[in-house]
Design a protein around this ligand. Structure first.
Ligand code: SAM
Length: 244
């Protein structure tokens, strides 16, 4: 069986179930995953959400993946699973003991905040308490990302989750990574990451965002050695830019 190092720092174009089955047992520190919600007929690159607004169908699709996620988590490892609120009454049957974390997203120019749910627990289905801090996440609107995906998560929300649930150097898996906001947040916060999505195009976009981030960091390192921008040598200030 391959070691986890073979997977770290990669975005796989695969069915999460197939990928997870190849991964070593007890090898990742956290699964922070944003699967489909099943509550709307969202159209992805490869087709429509098969949950079809039916909780049974939704869970039949996701349960084997959830169980594989638990298998690859280390003892004490943490699972956070984004949810659509409409299936709230099923969470206990599906996940056993857990806490529902509700993050409140607030756009910089918005008037009201929008709630967003996560089921959070240990590998052994023990609930994880919400951190002792405000749940408000101020987000920039992911307008550009929305052109490529029906429901990209803001990096700010993913950064909240990654920071609350892991420590630097730990391995975070998002096996439904879409355009890669979890992976970008993990990279920014010094965590190791593994991504996977059914869509090759989403995965490529995720990789381009990560590559841009790594390039900006390399330029900043070079700049901090010389006191100048690593690209043009003229500017003392280097601003990371995303390809998207
Ligand atoms: C809610 S979206 C995730 C969005 C992501 N958090 C982002 O910021 O872009 C769910 C993703 O799961 C992917 N997906 C659905 N079924 C999958 C499967 N069996 N294996 C891998 N990816 C899957 C979809 O292609 C979609 O991109």
């Amino acid at each position: 069986m391959a070691t986890i190092n073979r997977y770290v720092g990669k975005v796989f174009h695969a069915n999460a179930l197939d990928l997870l089955r190849t991964m070593p047992v007890e090898s990742v520190d956290a699964v922070i995953a944003d699967p489909m919600y099943g509550v709307k007929a969202l159209l992805y690159d490869w087709g429509t959400d098969p949950g079809d607004r039916d909780p049974r169908r939704h869970w039949a699709y996701h349960e084997p993946i959830y169980q594989e996620c638990r298998r690859v988590l280390k003892p004490g490892g943490i699972l956070a699973w984004a949810q659509g609120g409409k299936f709230f009454r099923h969470f206990g049957d599906w996940f056993g003991e857990h806490r529902v974390w509700t993050l409140t997203r607030f756009g910089e120019n918005a008037h009201t905040a929008v709630g967003n749910m996560w089921t959070v627990q240990t590998r052994d289905q023990k609930p994880i308490e919400f951190p002792h801090r405000d749940s408000l996440v101020i987000c920039t609107k992911p307008t550009e990302l929305k052109r490529h995906h029906p429901c990209p998560k803001p990096v700010e929300e993913m950064a909240f989750m990654v920071e609350a649930l892991t420590t630097p150097g730990q391995v975070v898996l998002d096996c439904f990574c879409g355009l890669g906001s979890t992976l970008v947040a993990a990279q920014q916060l010094g965590r190791l990451w593994i991504g996977c999505d059914l869509s090759r195009r989403y995965g490529r976009i995720a990789l381009s965002r990560l590559a841009a981030l790594q390039q900006a960091a390399a330029q900043e390192r070079q700049g901090s050695r010389t006191g100048r921008c690593g690209t043009c040598g003229n500017h003392a200030h280097i601003k990371p830019t995303f390809l998207l």
